[in-house]
Design a protein around this ligand. Structure first.
Ligand code: ADP
Length: 459
């Protein structure tokens, strides 16, 4: 069903209110009914008490204690709320009755002979509450005194009450439904504005934001959450754009060098040495491009650690072997240090850790003087940690954040013609994130740098 939210809220609230109101109205009616009936019954009881001692049946004849008074009594006249009296014998045959009854008789009910209760019934067109009490003569029952009191006024009151309740019930529900619909519509207005604005935001105007209400309610929180999501998306897109433009720029440079070299070569015939030097230059460009493509691929392959299979790894043996391997590859001594004498086990993805350390160690060698000290250190405080320490050029503090951005290279590295793509530390950062390893760096310009990997409990 395609009912709007405000419609649904209004309907539900109206249903609930309808139920509550019907119960309340029913209760009001029942209480009113009960009170009215109880009042009449009380009055009837007073009349019963009054007449019980005044009327007797003696050998089938009626005797009045105060005959004169009886004759003058109210029930001889037509009154607004009169009392009706009738005396019947044991079979229910009428012996006498108050004149206000006219042609009518009160009803004799043998089954109510012993009942102390009043009941509602009709005499002629009139509704009355009636009581029936036995008349005794010297302990022997000789007939019944029937007393009734008009129920007309009370019935009218109850009927009026019922009609008013029945009339205002739908009125209340309709007005409640309409006001609920209006209020619900008003309350979700900000949501409609949010969805309208969100629908207008595309890749082209990702800098725009949903207007904030400035409140700290649910709508305010939703707006802020959407805006912060938009902010993150914008940044990610920005990074993506920057990455693509940096990657093309970086690839264009060696390509331009390659093209220039080849163009120079074909301009005129050259000597064998000249060919050799130019081809070597071309090969360097090709190597640079190929290294960069390898690293770009490596960066693209690092996923979000979801499918990463972690295994138990003993760090001391692993790092010792790695230090030897890099020493050989880089032709530069890597000194291995273990700060603890017992094996250190971590749960990690071995290949990722190897790639991280390979990059860090290669950098340590690359940015150190020939033969400069490079240390691969392992230790355990609360958890295991690894440090790659060099005493090379160091990094100025303002670059310490940026060195992890793709393609970022400190100008000095460029100036000194140190080969590199600016992708190594970006890969390290992504791999560390993927393996839940905390990566930090401390460095002092001219003194050297320390890159530290901290394993957490789960890594
Ligand atoms: P690349 O080494 O290919 O330039 P990286 O991403 O590995 O790229 O490093 C980025 C920059 O950080 C380097 O250009 C260099 O300026 C700086 N850097 C990284 N490691 C070190 C280090 N151990 N000592 C000094 N500078 C470093």
């Amino acid at each position: 069903m395609n009912t709007s939210y405000k419609e649904r809220i209004a309907r539900r609230l109206t249903w609930v209110t309808a139920l509550i109101f019907s119960l309340v109205f029913l209760l009001i009616y029942l209480v009113a009914n009960f009170t009215v009936v109880r009042n009449i019954d009380r009055e009837l009881q007073l009349e019963v008490d009054k007449h019980k001692g005044e009327i007797f049946l003696v050998d089938g004849k009626i005797r009045f204690l105060y005959l004169n008074e009886w004759k003058q009594m109210e029930h001889t006249q037509l009154q607004l709320n009169p009392i009706f009296i009738e005396i019947v014998d044991l079979e229910g045959n009428s012996m006498d009755r108050s004149p206000n009854l006219g042609e009518n008789h009160l009803t004799f009910s043998p089954e109510k002979a012993k009942s102390e209760e009043a009941w509602t019934q009709k005499i002629g067109s009139r509704e009355v509450r009636q009581r029936q009490i036995p008349l005794l003569n010297a302990g022997k029952q000789e007939g019944y005194l029937l007393l009734a009191k008009s129920f007309e006024d009370s019935r009218e009151l109850l009927d009026n009450l019922r009609n008013v309740l029945l009339l205002i019930y739908p009125l209340i529900l309709v007005s409640l439904y309409l006001s609920m619909r209006y209020l619900a519509g008003k309350s979700i207005e900000p949501l409609e504005k949010i969805s309208l604005k969100t629908n207008q935001i595309t890749q082209q105007n990702l800098n725009e934001r949903v207007p904030e209400t400035g409140t700290n309610d649910e709508i305010g929180q939703l707006t802020r959450a959407i805006n912060s999501l938009l902010g993150r998306l914008e940044q990610a897109l920005q990074r993506e754009k920057q990455f693509t433009s940096d990657a093309s720029h970086e690839l264009r440079t060696p390509l331009a060098v390659l093209r220039g070299t080849l163009e120079v070569l074909i301009r005129k015939p050259r000597s064998a040495e000249e060919y050799e030097t130019k081809v070597k230059t071309a090969l360097v460009s090709i190597d640079r491009m190929s290294a960069m493509l390898d690293q770009l691929l490596a960066l693209a392959r690092v996923e979000n650690g979801k499918n990463l299979v972690k295994e138990e790894l003993e760090l001391i043996t692993f790092l010792e072997e790695l230090a030897d391997k890099i020493t050989e590859e880089q032709a530069h001594p890597i000194q291995f240090q273990s700060l603890v004498g017992v094996p250190i086990y971590v749960s990690t993805h071995e290949k990722s850790l190897e790639m991280i350390l390979q990059n860090l160690l290669e950098n340590a060698v690359k940015y150190s003087q020939a033969g400069g000290k490079v240390i691969l250190r392992v230790g355990k405080e609360k958890e295991a940690f690894i440090e790659v320490v060099d005493s090379g050029s160091g990094i100025a503090s303002e670059y310490l954040e940026q060195i992890f951005d793709p393609f970022f290279r400190v100008q000095e590295a460029l100036d000194h013609g140190i080969p590199g793509t600016g992708l190594g530390l970006a890969i390290v950062k992504k791999l560390a994130q993927e393996s839940s390893i905390r990566l930090s760096v401390s460095s002092e310009k001219g003194k050297g740098s320390t890159f530290r990997l901290d394993f957490n409990k789960t890594s």
